[in-house]
Design a protein around this ligand. Sequence first.
Ligand code: UDP
Ligand code: MG
Length: 309
Amino acid sequence: MTELTLIVPCYNEAQNVDAFYDRCLQVFEPAEFEVIFVNDGSKDDTYKKLQHLHEEYSNVLVVNFSRNFGKEAAIYAGLHYATGTYLSIIDADLQQDPEIVKHMTEILEKKPDVDVVAAYQKQRHEGKFMAWCKDHFYRFINRLSEVELRENASDFRTFRRNVQEALLDMPEYFRFSKGLFSWVGFETEYIPYVAAERFAGTTKWSFAKLIKYAMEGVISFSTMPLQLATFCGALVSVFAIVYGIIIIAHTLLTGIDVPGYATTIVVVLFLGGIQLLVMGILGEYLAKTYIQGKHRPVYVVKKVLEKKE
Ligand code: UDP
Ligand code: MG
């Protein structure tokens, strides 16, 4: 039985996959690990490179997607094909050193109570604005949701098969790994690491993509935004009652006052704004429910290059 499975999502990583595999060979004995490369609809030569690796090495399995389904789908597919006692999710760009995976498996071997070893970034390379956004995202989601997310911890984790089974049992379409790992529970140990520079190529994350991902995280793990309507409604009602009493008293004492255009327009716009916002939030949840309701698969496989025995 394979000791360790490395799950490697790849999207346009043609310049990295060979270097990644070489680095694995420096760290592990060929017999003790397998690599599952998931080619997530790359537009460059990634698949060709992976075919070569598969031809040359017997511990390489390649899952080729029919199009780009995203990193989360690639991780889910990797989990499906993994056979190792320990499993690790790692990027193809060598920002995360396989040496750290070795350290993670040693922790799992030494401590039978620990089921997941997750790495968090000690230092971040990004700018102040990005760091500020991420800080606030973590605070926001931790306050709103039932799951507790560790700041700066990514999907770079090594875990046991019981965790793999738990994750596979969650076939949800909108996958937010950090939240899923937290949701399934298990004893998790966090270790610090420093992410290296990308070996080659560029990051696939734009600011807009990160915002979308963050919103998916919140919607997947919290229904609190839906309560915004109840909260706003209650607040506005109390305000309306107090204001109503004031107006009635004022009218009784001083007679009918015609001006009030500014107040009226402000109130109408304010309430209109809140109503649209709440409807938008409702729509987000409804859309996710609608798509999930179709029970479409998380990914579609074009071809699997099985490990050669
Ligand atoms: N990735 C993927 N599908 C995508 C985008 C990214 O499989 O649609 C993979 C990518 O090839 C890499 C990993 O996810 O192995 C992390 O991506 P990236 O390095 O761009 O993210 P960053 O390290 O900048 O957070
Ligand atoms: Mg990267």
